[in-house]
Design a protein. Structure first.
Length: 468
């Protein structure tokens, strides 16, 4: 049965694009190296018609399909299980920019386009595609939409969902839904686009998307500020919102231990504010000259120092210095990964609840897992924290996770939900948080999610074991 499916797949996409056997780690192991699977085959179609044909062939054979883009997801949603019976469908070869419409401010890209290539294409058209995250050199726009990625510009531009106007999708039956559209207004029945965005490859396979573009800011200025507490950082956020308005495009928070991991694993990087308990990265993008915008940011920071929200600050003097400051922030996930596997939480809270959460949680976790090291950083402007727990120094990460993960998750998520927050802010559910979703979502919400899944994918062959 599988042998004849493999023959069919070879006939559909070409034998060279059906990979089997050893040497497929890049597809079978996730970015964090937490999930290791084995695929029946890795199939690499070239266009949407081939994707649809592959899906039809797999469905006819009763074989499950796991869609994959850049394989940078953090919740184990895009790698096959260990059965050796799932087809890994890579979208990497669907990598064409189909169109840029500079009057309509839209760009249509195929799902396998790497995010950075989409940003570059927009830039070459004189416009901005603002989705930005540390994995942008390898994640794909299809994966970004499938996981409704957030990133560092959500404060101003919204997450992936808000940046998408239309989609082209292969359904679990292998039909092609041509939903590409550059319209800002289109109320024609249920919003199918929004159903697929954030569905993590469980409802359909995104093959292309029409994305929103924006005018490029005339100048972008970046600063780092040292704050003594999270309360002070929230005070700075309010001040920055009031003074900079929509010009405030980034507001990232980093605890001292997160920065010390960067210093440990990337000692060549600069250390602009050594000893800061909390470091904030602010970005201002405005319509005036760079000099004027830098002056605005400088005035804001001086006021924050006067009001004792900030103890020290640096403003990047050039684009390369600005990139270096962003690079420090973006190196935190890599530094964590070098330090070893951790217990990961990607949580959202009302901004007002974050200072209390951080203080209470640190105390509770020291009791629950003595010596464990909290790595706290994230997109404070969006109320989104990455609140991770690294094993105590000298303890093997796997042993630490086996002993503490269940209890630690319970403590963190109980508190998050008590405060009206979410246990999955931007990374999605995948395999990692599936049980959490089943246990902690309202039965009504779960019932609707399961009904939607059953209606679109009655055989349950699209990314099984993920989300619901
Ligand atoms: P994959 O990892 O390949 O897949 C992710 C999920 O989408 C899987 O469930 C997969 O089955 C599904 N999928 C992939 N492509 C398709 C498709 N075409 N159609 C249907 N389903 C599909 N996330 C944030 O939100 N904000 C951040 O700031 C952020 N920073 C990150 C930093 C680093 C260093 C890393 C490694 C990851 C980060 N992430 C962040 C995680 C983020 O979810 C991914 O980087 C990205 O959005 C996933 O894109 P991908 O192409 O790699 O998808």
């Amino acid at each position: 049965m599988n042998a004849s499916l493999i023959d069919t797949l070879r006939a559909l996409v070409g034998a060279a694009q059906v990979l089997q056997g050893e040497g497929l780690d890049a597809y079978e192991i996730d970015w964090r190296k937490r999930y290791r699977g084995r695929a029946l085959a890795v199939v690499r179609p070239a266009d949407a018609a081939e994707v649809a044909a592959v899906v039809r062939a797999c469905v006819a054979a009763g074989v499950a399909i796991v869609p994959q883009g850049g394989n940078t997801g953090l919740v184990g949603g895009g790698v096959p299980d260990g059965s050796g019976q799932q087809v890994l469908l890579s979208l990497a070869r669907l990598n064409r920019i189909r169109e840029i419409d500079t009057d309509n401010l839209t760009l249509t890209a195929e799902a396998g386009c790497v995010l950075q290539a989409v940003q570059q294409a927009a830039d070459e058209g004189g416009l901005l595609f603002p989705l930005s995250l540390a994995a942008e050199g390898s994640c794909t726009i299809g994966g970004n939409l499938a996981s409704n990625a957030g990133g560092t510009q959500v404060l101003r531009y919204g997450n992936a969902r808000e940046l998408c106007l239309g989609l082209e999708v292969v359904t679990p039956k292998g039909e092609l839904w041509a939903g590409l559209s550059g319209l800002r207004k289109n109320n024609t029945g249920y919003d199918l686009r929004d159903l697929f965005i954030g569905s993590e490859g469980t409802l359909g396979i995104i093959t292309a998307a029409t994305l929103k573009l924006f005018p490029k800011p005339a100048a972008t200025v970046t600063a780092l500020a040292a704050c003594d507490s999270v309360e002070a950082a929230v005070g700075l956020l309010n001040l920055a919102r009031a003074r900079l308005g929509p010009g405030l495009t980034g507001f990232e928070l980093m605890q001292a231990f997160a920065m010390s991991l960067v210093e440990r694993h990337f000692p060549q990087l600069p250390k602009p504010l050594p000893g800061a308990a909390w470091t904030v990265l602010l970005e201002l993008a405005g319509t005036e000259t760079e000099e004027v915008e830098r002056e605005r940011l400088s005035a804001l920071l001086e006021l924050a120092v006067e009001r004792e929200m900030v103890s020290d600050a640096v403003i990047a003097a050039s684009i390369s210095q600005s990139r270096a400051l962003w690079h420090l922030r973006e190196s935190i996930p890599l530094a964590q990964s070098e330090e070893g596997l951790n217990i990961k939480h990607d949580i959202a809270l009302p901004v007002s609840a974050i200072p209390g959460f951080v203080t209470r949680m640190a105390a509770q976790l020291q009791q629950a897992a003595p010596g464990a090291r909290v790595v706290c950083f994230g997109h404070l402007g969006d109320g989104n924290l990455h609140y991770n727990l690294q094993a105590p120094e000298g303890i093997v990460a796997d042993e630490f996770l086996a002993a503490h993960e269940g209890h630690v998750n319970e403590l963190v998520y109980d508190e998050v939900l008590r405060l009206g927050g979410s246990f999955s802010a931007e990374h999605g559910i995948g395999a990692l948080k599936r049980e959490e979703l089943a246990q902690r979502s309202s039965p009504v919400a779960l019932g609707m999610m399961r009904a939607i899944k059953a209606a679109l994918d009655p055989a349950g062959l699209l990314n099984p074991g993920r989300v619901v």
